[in-house]
Design a protein around this ligand. Structure first.
Ligand SMILES: Nc1ncnc2c1ncn2[C@@H]1O[C@H](COP(=O)(O)OP(=O)(O)OP(=O)(O)O)[C@@H](O)[C@H]1O
Ligand SMILES: [Mg+2]
Length: 504
């Protein structure tokens, strides 16, 4: 067992009403990058929280470096050289990068060494940073850093621990753009070069083949197999079928054959240096996909269409009527709804139930008298729980107890519940598994029958797969607007990465 960095055997973990891990096994070889896959709720995050000392286990055995051990708390986990970057890393936005890097160390040493040698830690952080492909100004407050820089700080926080031997990354790319993800892959290669063994959780099947040496699939809290990450042996479809335990058909619904009435349009819309002269028309029965990299202006465009930013110039028209949106409330009154991409920042209220969150945006509409009708709320929520297969399906369960992907599904359900006329879906499938992606795309397609629907994403394949019309934005300008049947995926990608010039 000497070549194993980690061995977990017969691990069982129950939450009230849920068997999250059911006699699960897992092995990590020394110096490998091992992808951990499984549909939403399969038990991935639960497994890594066992290693991090956050979840206690009901039964099972764990060996680290060949020595049997009990991980009975986060301090023990750190002593064993296990470092974890969580699905949604907790950071203190007003603290500097350095202060956030040291947070983890301080909590691990509290009581043991009340005096912390900050100078030595600073030196260590800078040493590790030197191996990274990006330069991060660690004196800046976290709130001023880009997503990849924040991810870098979270990784640094893990790496400044002494004797780190196992690094766990839980969906690190879900908040990163395409280019930023490439930077992260370089960081992973650098860590692997230092002999660190890495567990990498992702829902992006392409990444499995880019970063990992082997992959393990979890289903219903059990390990159903470990495989070499070899493209010539496994297609994306094969991996998806292993995760689902079922045959996989195309995740995208059929394209629309006809388009209906125009419902919404933007003409020559501009906002400062973010985007200029953007014109797009949206019709019933036509899903418009807007693709652009993070920083291309798509985020600001979403905010402008939803009344959160005021355009400097241009016109927004709803069902033939020119409107001036002064706030999100104005947009909602005009029948426009934005389903946000970042569920943690703007998507949900974590101390409340699934039903509360789903029905939140339409509360006054639930009852004529202004109070919430629990029965209507429950029935509406149950319908959406069924449609998107949110699990566990208890409308009154606390949303923070759901797995990451199921939380995202609840955010989507909230959007579907509003019964708006115009829907803006921003990065709709971040963190959800392949099966759930198909359900979400289907639900968007159903909506498009009677509504104007747009999917705005930095994932070109997603936009191309779901949309009838694709609009590509590069550096704030529309560089492509065409029926998806008339352009190739590569063509769309090249436009988004380099504005259509071939110097990618
Ligand atoms: N604190 C908790 N209390 C109750 N149930 C929980 C808790 N944490 C997780 N669960 C349940 O345990 C199961 C496994 O969840 P886990 O978070 O491990 O899934 P996951 O594989 O990480 O999914 P995702 O891809 O959506 O992040 C789910 O059914 C989830 O609802
Ligand atoms: Mg998870």
């Amino acid at each position: 067992m000497q070549h194993l960095s980690l061995k977990m055997s017969n691990i069982t973990k129950k939450f009230p009403g849920v068997l999250a891990l059911d006699n699960a096994d897992f092995e990590l070889a020394k110096g490998e990058v091992h992808a951990l896959l499984g549909i939403n709720g399969a038990g991935k995050s639960t497994l890594i929280k066992v290693l991090a000392g956050i979840n206690s286990i009901d039964s099972g055995q764990i060996w680290v470096d060949g020595v049997e051990t009990v991980i009975d708390g986060t301090r023990r986990s750190k002593e064993l050289g296990i470092a974890t970057v969580y699905q949604a890393p907790e950071m203190i936005p007003s603290f500097s990068g350095y202060e956030n890097v040291f947070l983890g160390v301080e909590s691990s040493k509290r009581g043991l060494f009340p005096f912390i040698n900050r100078k030595a830690l600073r030196k260590k952080a800078n040493e590790v940073l030197e191996e990274f492909p990006i330069d991060i100004d660690l004196d800046k407050p976290i709130s001023d850093l880009a997503p990849i820089e924040r991810e870098g700080v979270a990784i640094l926080r893990a790496l400044v621990l002494e004797n780190i031997s196992i690094l766990i990354l839980d969906e690190p790319t879900s908040i990163l753009s395409h280019r930023e993800a490439e930077t992260l892959f370089e960081m992973i290669a650098a860590m692997k070069g230092r002999g660190v063994s890495i567990i990498y959780i992702t829902h992006n099947l392409e990444e499995v083949f880019i970063v990992s040496d082997r992959f393990t699939v979890f289903r219903n809290g059990r390990n159903v197999g470990t495989y070499e990450s070899d493209r010539s042996n496994y297609s994306h479809n094969d991996v998806a079928e292993l995760m689902l335990g079922d045959k996989m058909t195309s995740i995208y619904p059929d394209k629309s054959e006809t388009i209906g009435d125009p419902l919404f349009s933007i003409r020559e819309l501009s906002h400062g240096t973010d985007f200029q002269n953007v014109s797009i028309k949206f019709h019933e029965r036509e899903i418009v996909g807007v693709f652009g990299l993070v920083g291309s202006g798509i985020d600001e465009l979403c905010k402008t269409m939803f009344g959160d930013l005021r355009p400097d110039a241009g016109q927004i028209t709803v069902k033939g009527k020119d409107v001036a949106l002064k706030s999100c409330a104005d947009a909602i009154n005009e029948g426009i709804f934005l389903v946000p991409g970042d569920r943690h920042a703007e998507g949900y209220i974590s101390d409340e139930s699934v039903a509360f969150n789903v029905t939140l945006s339409k509360l006054p509409g639930i009852s004529k008298f202004g109070f919430v009708n629990r029965k209507t709320e429950k029935n509406a929520t149950l319908k959406l729980i069924d449609k998107l297969k949110i699990a566990p399906g208890d409308p009154y369960g606390n949303i923070s107890k759901l797995s990451g992907g199921n939380q995202q599904k609840a955010v989507m359900a909230k959007g579907f519940y509003t019964e708006s006329d115009i829907y803006i879906f921003q990065e709709p499938t971040v963190g959800v598994d392949v099966g759930a992606k198909a359900l979400i795309y289907r639900a968007i397609r159903d909506l498009s029958e009677t509504c104007a629907t747009m999917v705005i994403s930095s994932d070109c394949e997603e936009v191309y797969g779901i949309a009838d019309r694709i609009v590509v934005i590069f550096e704030g300008k529309v560089v492509l607007n065409a029926k998806t049947s008339e352009v190739s995926l590569d063509d769309a990608l090249v436009h988004g990465l380099a504005g259509g010039h071939d110097n990618v």
